[in-house]
Design a protein around this ligand. Sequence first.
Ligand code: BGC
Length: 381
Amino acid sequence: MLKSLALSILFCGAAALPAAAQMAGVPSTTSDVSGIISKGAADDAAQYKGLDTYNLLPNRSESKFVTIDPGAQADAMGAGVNILGYDPYWQDGKTGNYSDDTFAKIKAAGFSTVRLNLFIFGKDAAHLGVNGNIDPKWLKKLDWVVAEAERHDLNIILDEHDFEDCSEARPQDCATLLMVTWRQLAKRYMNEPNSVMFELLNEPHGNLNGEAWNKVLAQVVAVVRATNPTRNLIIGPTHWNSMDDLDQLKLPADDHIIVTFHYYKPMTFTHQGAVWAHEENLHDIHFGSPAELKTINDDFNTVATWANAHNRAIFLGEFGAYDKAPMDDRVKYDSAVARTAEAHSFPWAYWQFSSDFLLYDFSKQQFVAPILKALRPDAQP
Ligand code: BGC
């Protein structure tokens, strides 16, 4: 039973698999797939041998990794931004919008961290071949992004963003897909400096709510730890990384985990006009009353209390207001959340650089000035 759904997920991917993966020599027989899946479900890192066929980044035969305490790492993360998730860059044969200059601009604007949203095995991405190997061409593209972040002295979070597919699958099938994926990513980047962090899965929800996510995350942590014993990992609670679920999050006894949450409250303001949030009929909702500002502060106090009680560093991995909200209010909101996070010593990452909730407009090759000003008041766009 377990196997059949996992297979169908992989086959879904295979059906949409671009010619790229086929050209890369991805076999497509059922026996290849069933071998990988049953090994994956066995949760034994040793059995993944044979998936590790790809080279590490160039010039990385010696490790650049140095262990860093999660608190110190969180302090160094500072201001961040989500990047590249929905850019055509990931499509085979496309170069997309981001260039070396983009990373230079992100750094110059005062950001220290990028959170890279990665779609790998979901039905719309399908970069995981039916043999369980991630497409080598796609990995080379990922290498470029990691190298760019390092070149511009930016921390980079590899954020596995197949959250919809994983949350709709059965939890053990999601675990299998994450283990197969992280086994390869963790090995590939094991020698990178500690500025490279791994976020196991964005916004678990649906079938992953409750105990299911705790079980899945423990399995995935074990796989990553086989190659990266002390790299800081980022893990968040259920219901789309809601702070309200922090008390249900059970982490393994592992000192190198930073806990993340996402903040979009009140949804009626931040997601007004957003079809995917079923708020398409809302418009002209304003923000900025003293009570609303106080709520953000109270909420972040609650998160800080949890963090102190559990001795975990915190990372606010997403916040922002959709482009359809009135600009003046978006500015007030983004500024209030960023400043409140800073007052609580939470590093943060704005959602998102391009695509929507726009911080940077590639069509004009310039920052959306009011949003940049709200996030980085001292930046010169
Ligand atoms: C999702 C996006 C969505 C954003 C805000 C992210 O985690 O990946 O699709 O636009 O949250 O709702």
